[in-house]
Design a protein around this ligand. Structure first.
Ligand SMILES: Cc1cc2nc3c(=O)[nH]c(=O)nc-3n(C[C@H](O)[C@H](O)[C@H](O)COP(=O)(O)OP(=O)(O)OC[C@H]3O[C@@H](n4cnc5c(N)ncnc54)[C@H](O)[C@@H]3O)c2cc1C
Length: 394
């Protein structure tokens, strides 16, 4: 089964785990560039895109400050070490590219970016449809992807990227306005602090731009405003549950939901090929139906999820339940949703946005990658590329 067949199959059958049609191409390293910039840069947002922007500027000794609204790095790259005996990715979890992508991201021949990975090919796969579980033999053909064996996406950034940028990061400052009317750009935060720079790179999620949490002066041009407003970012969440017994297969796709506009609802064995004897089942749901869960409190979410699993497994979920953690991405005030679902016709608009405004304000993040939107590496590469554009004098 080739990639296209696989994607057709999965969109009909409903197994995807966030695999997007465009994810499978990695970016090649670019040749070194001449440095034609010696000003100051501000980066807004410390997710994958913001961190990689900062990392690239550091590699070329450019003066910059990264401003992050929360008290943590990562954005939609987030982990917990305390839930079970292996670290859990509460946001991005799969590597939707070849393992060599890590070397491309680190882009430093002195650093060994080899990471212990799992080849992700679940062996027992079921559909949940019309109140019935049906096994499929898709397993041996499941499109091969990778997961981290002992670490997480967050650990990748913590190990390789953060040490190079941490001196330049200001946490807990919410950017509220960007004034690019004059020679310099002025950025104002919620605490009344003003930052001044020659260039600003905005890496906040599309939802944040849609909700006008940051004002621009001059206002964003109408075509850019329209592109941003029309991008669909569905709700999404993850739930991890520990059980005292293993009663579930490697993967269950809820067929009634999956496949429409990229929506999916998938239960999967989160301990698959990890060094762990724990029974950890996860739910990953994204798409408009996810709001049936994301609109609830965390207590209501786990109750609803256990009820669905009890229906599938004859009450086994409630009777063997031990513990859970919910990560509701809609309720994160500076994220507000899952990731972008772009129509083919929207790529031109997002490409135009990333070319920037008046050579002063630029945009990077998962929404703007032309082949790998909605991924960590895609977001990171947009940050790297904008940084290089600025360094080269663009
Ligand atoms: C449930 C889920 C599962 C996913 N699974 C995968 C997967 O398996 N593999 C994969 O590759 N990708 C996956 N993704 C997508 C991936 O996580 C994202 O594409 C990527 O992490 C986005 O990075 P980013 O830098 O563009 O944005 P973000 O990570 O959202 O970073 C933006 C940052 O901006 C900050 N910010 C927002 N507003 C302001 C402000 N006003 N001032 C200052 N800072 C601000 C935010 O706090 C945040 O830190 C998943 C996403 C979700 C939600």
């Amino acid at each position: 089964m080739d990639r296209i067949d696989f994607l057709k199959y999965t969109s009909l059958g409903g197994i995807g785990l966030g695999i997007m049609p465009s994810l499978l191409q990695s970016c090649s390293k670019e040749d070194d560039i001449d440095i034609n910039f010696n000003g100051k840069v501000l980066i807004i947002g410390a997710g994958a895109a913001g961190m990689m922007t900062a990392y690239t500027l550091s590699q070329y000794n450019i003066d910059y400050t990264l401003i992050e609204a929360t008290t943590n790095y990562g954005g939609r790259v987030k982990k917990t070490d305390s839930f079970t005996d292996f670290p859990i990715d509460l946001g991005a979890e799969w590597i939707h590219d070849k393992p060599k992508v890590f070397g491309e991201l680190i882009n430093d021949e002195n650093v060994d970016g080899n990471i212990d990975l799992i080849s992700y090919q679940p062996e027992s796969i079921y559909f949940w449809n019309n109140n019935s579980l049906t096994e499929t033999n898709l397993g041996s053909h499941f499109y091969r992807e990778y997961k981290f064996k002992r670490t997480t996406w967050y650990d990748f950034f913590e190990d390789f990227i953060i040490p190079k940028i941490e001196a330049n990061v200001t946490f807990d400052r919410v950017v509220e306005s960007i004034d690019y009317n004059g020679d310099k750009v002025e950025v104002l935060t919620d605490e009344g602090q003003t930052f001044i720079a020659d260039k600003v790179i905005v890496t906040v999620p599309i939802k944040v731009l849609q909700s006008d949490m940051i004002s621009f002066n001059p206002a964003l041009p109408s075509n850019i405003r329209q592109t941003i407003d029309e991008i669909y970012v569905p709700p999404g969440l993850k739930v991890f549950i520990e059980f005292s017994e293993r009663f579930y297969p490697d993967l269950i796709s809820v067929s009634s939901i999956a496949g429409v506009n990229g929506a999916e609802k998938t239960y999967y064995n989160a301990a698959f090929k990890k060094d762990s004897n724990k029974n950890i089942l996860a739910l990953f749901q994204v798409g408009k139906e996810a709001s049936e869960l994301t609109d609830l409190t965390n207590d209501e979410i786990i109750a609803s999820v256990l009820a669905e699993l009890d229906e599938m497994f004859d009450g086994k979920a409630s009777s063997t339940y031990v513990n859970h953690v919910v990560q509701n991405w809609v309720s994160e005030p500076h994220i507000q949703g899952a990731y972008t679902f772009l129509e083919l016709s929207q790529y031109e608009g997002t490409s135009e946005i990333s070319r920037g405004l008046n050579n002063k304000v630029y945009f990077a993040g998962e929404a703007y990658h032309q082949q790998a939107n909605a991924t960590v590496h895609g977001a990171a590469f947009t940050g790297r590329d904008i940084a290089k554009t600025i360094i080269a004098g663009g």
